[in-house]
Design a binder for this molecule. Structure first.
Ligand code: NAP
Length: 325
């Protein structure tokens, strides 16, 4: 597995998103043994970059990682996130990046992850009620104390990124980026490159859609969050299938799977990009990790870059409100 630098943090260029093991997707939280095997298999295959957040569960995903990585902690660059749980009383799904909340959040994450340091600590969403300078100031104190090694932001816009980076170097920005979600190419990516900040694409498989395995939403559990996602609903879903079909066609030509092609396209966008595909299954972590060895031709990359735009927003309105666009 090739390694790259996000800022000055070295990671495997394909990571593993652990969220779906506990949260959000059909089957989450139902098979801890397979989730643990998946994490261990990822490490065997050379994946060093593991992603979670306190809001996943909430809390249960960090707890799972704490158990699964016991005795293996030093093999992993462990990334987690704060800011979507307000510990002052309002609770989960309330934005709070105030310094006091960060100081409480970090202790909880360290305990659940069963570790003495977090390698990359992201603000999960920008908090309009807290100046980013105050947030990053509190994070810089945690760096000094050795509780976190590096600072990240998620779904932040160019101005916030610049202001944050002026207080303390930002190592990585984690935002949605994939064949069907390319909004950050125009304004965010150039700023990241100017400032030497890495990009961590989340949902790089389009929440499973780009793998071609999701041909209907009938099998989704009632609480699968894709049921409320505009791209997976009604006519949008049907229209978006032509995107999955095109990815499948390129995959057939490249002798790879659609998931591998979606990841290889991201890797071809630069050596400052480390996607974190999510899975809770050993077979899929093997498949996704093997995308490190897939080389697309310039023609195949062009064809993928010219896919028709997706129908529907990436999130329902409540989610979009929390993102800087
Ligand atoms: N910063 C943020 O706001 C934010 C938001 C969302 C996600 N994330 C992070 O990004 C990570 C990845 O994103 P994501 O999990 O939302 O989306 P994703 O990686 O695009 O897709 C995950 C979905 O695809 C399925 N899948 C994975 N590999 C597959 C394969 N080879 N073939 C067919 N299906 C496959 C998974 O099912 P199985 O698990 O059943 O294999 C799951 O349903 C998350 O785990 C999380 O850590 C961050």
């Amino acid at each position: 597995m090739k390694h790259i630098l996000l800022g000055d943090l070295e990671v495997s260029r394909i990571g593993l998103g652990a969220m779906g093991m506990s949260h959000g997707y059909t089957g989450a939280g139902t098979d801890e043994a397979e989730s643990v095997r998946t994490l261990h298999r990822a490490l065997e295959l050379g994946v060093t970059f593991i992603d979670t957040a306190e809001i996943y569960g909430p809390y249960t995903n960090e707890e799972l990682l704490g158990r699964a990585l016991r005795g293996r902690r030093d093999q992993v660059v462990l990334a987690t996130k704060f800011g979507l749980v307000s510990h002052g009383g309002a609770g989960p799904w309330n934005l709070d990046s105030g310094p006091a909340n960060i100081r409480v959040a970090v202790e909880g994450s360290l305990k659940r992850l069963d570790t003495d340091r977090i390698d990359l600590y992201y603000q999960h969403r920008v908090d309009p009620n807290t100046p980013i300078e105050d947030t990053v100031g509190a994070l810089a104190d945690l760096v000094t104390q050795g509780k976190i090694r590096a600072i990240g932001l998620s779904e932040a816009g160019p101005e916030t990124i610049r202001r944050a980076h002026a207080v303390h170097p930002v190592t990585a920005v984690q935002s949605e980026y994939s064949l069907w979600t390319r909004g950050l190419e125009e304004r965010v990516l150039p700023v990241l490159r100017e400032l030497g900040i890495g990009l961590v694409p989340f949902s790089p498989l389009g929440r499973g859609f780009l793998t071609g395995k999701v041909r209907s939403t009938d099998g989704f559990a009632e609480d699968d969050f894709r049921r409320g996602n505009p791209r997976f609903t009604g006519e949008n879903f049907q229209r978006n299938l032509r995107i999955a079909d095109e990815v499948e066609a390129v995959a057939a030509e490249a002798g790879a799977t659609p998931a591998q092609v979606a990841l290889a396209w991201l890797l071809a966008q630069g050596d400052d990009i480390a996607p974190i595909p999510g899975t809770k299954r050993v077979s899929r972590v093997e498949e996704n990790t093997a995308a490190d060895g897939v080389r697309l031709t310039p023609r195949q990359i062009d064809r993928l870059s010219s896919l028709p735009p997706a129908a529907g927003d990436t999130h329902p309105e409540s989610g979009l409100r929390m993102m800087e666009r």
